[in-house]
Design a protein around this ligand. Structure first.
Ligand code: MN
Length: 287
């Protein structure tokens, strides 16, 4: 079993553009230095938006050196990027965008969601790339709800949607990743418990999106990030109420992390180069 390392309670929220009110659960300048390959997690808890004729969100901006994984739980996020990728992420869908060598994109509420209004609940996870892949070609994986398999936990304890990696022997997620990653969207029923099959040596952590859980003798609730030690395999989580968890597990990338704004590289020189390349238009434009 993996021992519980700590429970991180984040506080406060900030706006990304005018569309996403998010809690910064961790980022690459702080805790993200210790959660490799995961760099940053922003979580937008359920929030009601009134109908508008405009579109809320964040306009054209670049990324280089990593991947952004956008998960829509409620509401719809539309995206366009300089590699020609684009689409609408609907409830249950996940967009796995590899910025790698450089991409420019925009992220807005969908037109339909903007017009009708409603509840938005989403998360965006930044996944680091190993140095050898940081300058590779951008890639865009739209993973729709229908293509994300669901594993049933034993004894009716709940369900696991496998976005990346695998859960158990037979259930494999659709996302292509550069390093070994398991990304699970877990629902646990009140009073039930589940064993999460974390590999030895991996960074293993989860964010509680809803409910209250117990693990390693400690209790965690909505907004808490539960972090396990890398040594050991598997962890047992018990739900005190119906719980919803975003579980992140991955093999650490043992390389320096130097980030500034939308770029995460290995050295300060590479960050300066990223700003120069972006300003020279080398990361492209949205057509
Ligand atoms: Mn972005």
């Amino acid at each position: 079993m993996k021992n519980l390392l700590k429970i991180h309670r984040s506080s406060g929220m900030h706006w990304v553009g005018d569309g996403f009110a998010v809690r910064s659960v961790f980022d690459y300048n702080g805790l993200g230095q210790h959660l490799s390959p995961f760099l940053l997690l922003d979580y937008g808890a359920p929030r009601e938006f009134t109908p508008t004729k405009g579109r809320r969100g964040v306009g054209s901006h670049p990324h280089r050196g990593f991947e952004t994984v956008t998960i829509a739980y409620q509401g719809e996020v539309s995206h366009r990027d300089s590699s020609g990728g684009g689409g609408t992420i609907k409830p249950g869908d996940v967009q796995w965008m590899t910025a790698a060598g450089g991409i420019v994109h925009e992220e807005f509420h969908s037109e339909e969601f903007s017009r009708k209004g409603g509840v938005m609940q989403m998360a965006q996870l930044w996944v680091n790339l190993p140095a050898r892949d940081k300058m590779s070609r951008p890639r865009y994986q739209p993973l729709t709800k229908e293509n994300i398999p669901v594993a049933n936990l034993p004894e009716g304890a709940g369900t696991v949607r496998v976005i990346a990696g695998s859960f158990g022997e037979n259930v494999k997620g659709p996302a292509l990743t550069f390093t070994p990653i398991n990304l699970w969207d877990v629902n646990l029923r009140a009073g039930k418990s589940a064993e999460l099959p974390f590999p030895d040596g991996h960074t293993s952590t989860f964010l509680v999106l809803k409910g209250e859980i117990e693990t390693g003798g400690k209790t965690a609730s909505e907004g808490d990030l539960v972090i396990f030690e890398r040594a050991g395999s598997d962890a047992i989580v018990a739900a005190k109420s119906d719980a919803h968890l975003l579980v992140m597990d991955g093999k650490p990338i043992d390389e320096p992390i130097v980030g500034h704004g939308p770029f995460v590289m290995n050295t300060v020189d590479e960050i300066e180069q990223a700003f120069m390349d972006f300003h020279a238009g080398k990361m492209g434009v949205i057509k």
